[in-house]
Ligand binder design. Structure first.
Ligand code: GAL
Length: 375
């Protein structure tokens, strides 16, 4: 009797172990006709992942694309990685069309313009191809299955708090002069970055402790097409001359810039106007781009927000892997991001403030950059 029981237990164990090592179940979403490059016979992923990034002209998207490509390939997937020219919406749309017709089983997309993918993604939905919105939410499309990003409101809040602290606003100091600059109006993140920063700064503007001499305080008025550095610089050159800012002119105490590519334009304009590290306004940023980190080391940008693109890439790989294998991807926010068709379940990674005090630990010790990258 005892022997029979042991045998029965052994059989159950073998069967359940077998189940753990099974090939991924067909989700029905996988329309891929591509043969996987996977040579694993057990847990590896199968199918082709279409990754659509907005541009190669800004540092972060090159990193995001490269990180995801290698992480997906390491997990056994084939990857079709495309960049939408230099923020060219038509190019991104046609690349996504090709991914859909080319047999991709999942799409991972960082939209150039969150409002422009409704039609092309209807084609993905028709073929049951899941879509993960990457970093930026894709609006007005019920094809979007999940959203993976950083806590975008927190990014803006941290920028606002940096200025609040740098100027001593909490202890009643002021009034101070501030100018604002944010990103592309088609990027849904801008609403959260700018909204988060203004949730901290607006009360001080309302009470007169912060003054915006250009008068440009509305999100659209301070937007920068394509997050473009030259456009940011041109706008600040105008502001400097029209307001009369300068080391010997009107004092500029702070600039809230939503990211590094715009902050770099601000820094260029200020340096051209004669500002140095000794009279530089408190300037924020985001992404820890190498160009901005070099500015920070030279005293020409006060902070950036570190968003470790390795973390986001890995998160997206495990989300996609879970979908392919018929499981539920991990999410941690099911209320914030409504894309017009309903709330998209999201995974938010944590952004971290980076200054001269902690950049070594965040960026160098973690292997994100080498010391030489920042010289
Ligand atoms: C945003 C992104 C930022 C920044 C910006 C410009 O959507 O969240 O990290 O890179 O685009 O590319």
């Amino acid at each position: 009797m005892k022997k029979v029981l042991i045998l029965a237990l052994a059989v159950i164990m073998v069967v359940s172990l077998g189940a753990c090592g099974q090939k991924p179940a067909d989700t029905g979403a996988n329309t891929s006709t591509t043969t996987s490059t996977d040579t694993n016979t057990g847990e590896g992923g199968t199918g082709k992942i279409g990754i659509s990034m907005p541009t190669q002209s800004l540092q972060r998207w090159n990193q995001d694309g490269a990180n995801m490509k290698s992480a997906f390939e390491a997990a056994g997937y084939e990857v079709d990685l495309q960049f939408g020219g230099d923020n060219d919406i038509a190019t991104q749309v046609s690349q996504i069309e090709n991914m859909i017709s080319g047999g991709c089983s999942i799409l991972v997309i960082a939209a150039i313009d969150g409002e422009s993918l409704t039609t092309v993604l209807a084609g993905a939905k028709e073929k049951n191809i899941p879509v993960i919105a990457y970093d930026r939410l894709i609006m007005n499309s019920d094809a979007v299955t999940y959203y993976a990003t950083f806590d975008n409101t927190l990014v803006g809040q941290r920028q606002g708090e940096y200025i609040e602290e740098a100027l001593g606003l909490k202890s009643g100091a002021g009034p101070f002069n501030i100018e604002l600059i944010t990103g592309d109006p088609g990027d849904n993140n801008v609403n959260f970055f700018f909204g988060g920063a203004m949730s901290v700064l607006k009360p001080y503007i309302d009470s007169g402790k912060l003054v915006v001499p250009s008068g440009q305080t509305e999100q659209l008025a301070v937007a920068t097409e394509g997050w473009n550095t030259e456009k940011a610089q041109a706008r600040f050159e105008n502001i400097i001359s029209s307001v009369g800012y300068g080391p010997n002119g009107k004092k500029l105490d702070a600039v809230m810039a939503s990211n590094d590519s715009t902050a770099q334009g601000v820094t260029n304009a200020l340096v051209n106007a004669g500002y140095t590290k000794d009279n530089f306004p408190a300037l924020t940023g985001q992404d820890c781009d190498t160009a901005s980190m070099k500015n920070m080391l030279a005293g020409l940008q006060g902070m950036s927000v570190f968003k470790d693109t390795r973390t986001l890439a890995n998160q997206v790989v495990s989300m996609a892997d879970a979908i392919v294998k018929g499981g539920e991807p991990e999410v941690n926010d099911t209320t914030t991001y409504d894309n017009g068709t309903g709330v998209i379940p999201a995974f938010l990674c944590e952004p971290v403030v980076c200054t001269l005090d902690n950049y070594k630990e965040l960026l160098i010790d973690s292997g994100y950059y080498t010391e030489a990258d920042l010289q």
